[in-house]
Design a protein around this ligand. Structure first.
Ligand code: SF4
Ligand code: SF4
Length: 425
């Protein structure tokens, strides 16, 4: 479909789902919800500007030069624009298609390619990440992180800064449920993710224990492979499909009635398997069924019969992880759950749903914009006077904690599952 009155001389290029571009009526209501536009004030870094860019690329009006690729690369894929858009533009699908187009057709600088390949080769594979982090654990044990940091190139330094000292990573674990779930209890599976199971497995374990304590029947998933979100966000559509197929098989075999992930980006990726695999007869039906079972932890815990909770006196603020708020539309349930803990006072921060700059692997590939957004988020957190920032995505936790560490702030950044485990001890 071409714009009314416009005749295209060339066939439309395979940039994204072209017809979806016409849902945009160019009203610009999404601009202030877009973190990159808020920072740069450049129209081409706004959702409307990027949609215009995708359309121009698709229609062959412009070429994919460094400038065009840059504006698309700078998008966080946070979907703040989807929440703000009154026309229901499926921006997430558009940008995933455009990223794949960029990967197929754009030659990046050597340094950029190296960085992206390192992310792609390591992060979706827990064993590789564990092997890479083993020497770092020793470095931290010997107290040599600062010395190591000083001799590393700045890219590696930026990545190192995102990791708190690995030896200091003692996280609270909820007590394992002593109860046997009811025979008719819904079955829940927690997808452990890839990076999360290496760097933040307490969030998975606590999610499982809290669900079991709330009466759910919790089953384990085997295997726990990457959900494919990292590939979808970086334009590697083929491998994202491989991961999606593997997960659909494993999640179907788990027999779960509900699928939870401690990482909201993974939840959204799984919720979109139905769409991703819709053209594959072998998987389409199972993928739709799997996607329909995605739930968020807080809603499941709120649905369970309430139990008396011990008091836990503290002031907290809640950060809305993009994929939970904009992807799954979950904002109230975590707040209600936190407010139900006696002694907890919630103080809302300004721009709680503006991206912190983590965005999957974005803070590894786009450190400058990621840091600008982390600073903005940290300013808003500090202004609340809270003792804890609670959130529901490990990537946000690493990103915000790194920025607060740079400021020597005492504010603790805690995943919702870890916070509830701590409050229930
Ligand atoms: S996904 Fe986020 S960064 Fe990208 S255009 Fe939408 S609001 Fe802006
Ligand atoms: S994406 Fe939606 S909000 Fe943004 S300009 Fe288009 S129609 Fe308006």
């Amino acid at each position: 479909m071409a714009e009314p009155g416009v005749t295209l001389s060339n066939p439309v290029r395979d940039v994204c789902d072209y017809d979806l571009l016409f849902d945009c009526v160019h009203c610009g209501l999404c601009a202030e919800a877009c973190p990159t536009y808020v920072v740069t004030r450049c129209e081409m870094d706004s959702p409307r500007g990027r949609i215009y860019l995708m359309k121009s690329l698709a229609e062959g009006r412009i070429d994919l030069d460094d400038d065009a690729a840059r504006h698309l690369d700078l998008c966080l894929g946070c979907r703040g624009c989807e929440t703000a858009c009154p026309s229901g533009v499926h921006y997430g699908r558009l940008i995933e298609g455009a990223r794949s187009f960029v990967e197929r057709n754009h030659r990046r600088s050597f340094a950029d390619r190296l960085k992206r390949r390192a992310v792609s080769a390591i992060f979706p594979y827990p064993d590789r990440l564990r092997a890479l982090l083993a020497p770092l654990k020793l470095v931290d044990y010997l107290g040599l992180r600062t010395a190591l940091r000083a001799i590393m190139p700045h890219v590696v330094r930026d990545w190192l800064d995102l990791l708190s000292p690995l030896q200091a990573n003692s996280r609270p674990l909820a007590k394992a449920a002593a109860l046997t779930p009811r025979a008719d209890a819904p079955t829940v599976v927690v997808h452990h993710g890839c990076v999360a199971q290496v760097l933040a497995d307490s969030e998975n374990i606590n999610s499982e224990r809290l669900l079991a304590a709330a009466g759910y029947r919790v089953v384990q998933l085997a295997p726990n492979s990457c959900c494919g979100a990292l590939d979808l966000h970086s334009g590697n559509a083929a491998r994202a499909l491989d991961f999606a197929r593997a997960n659909v098989r494993a999640l179907k075999n788990s027999g779960a009635d509900a699928i939870v992930s401690a990482a909201s980006g993974c939840s959204v990726a799984i919720a979109e398997y139905g769409d991703l695999l819709k053209d594959e007869p072998e998987f389409a039906e199972d993928a739709r069924a799997v996607s329909s079972k995605v739930r968020d932890l807080s809603s499941l815990l709120l649905d369970a019969p309430a139990k008396p909770k011990p008091e836990f006196h503290c002031r907290i603020t809640y950060h809305d992880a993009c994929h939970l708020a904009h992807g799954l539309g979950v904002r109230e349930a975590p707040r209600k759950l936190l407010a139900s803990v006696p002694g907890v006072t919630i103080i809302e921060m300004t721009e709680s749903d503006l991206c912190c700059g983590s965005a999957g692997s974005y803070n590894l590939t786009e450190p400058t914009m990621a840091r600008d957004l982390a600073r903005r988020k940290a300013d808003n957190i500090v202004a609340t006077g809270a003792e804890y920032v609670v959130l529901a995505n490990p990537g946000c936790e690493f990103q915000i904690a790194a920025e607060l560490r740079r400021r020597d702030s005492k504010i603790k950044v805690v995943h919702l599952a870890d916070f509830l485990a701590m409050a229930s001890l």
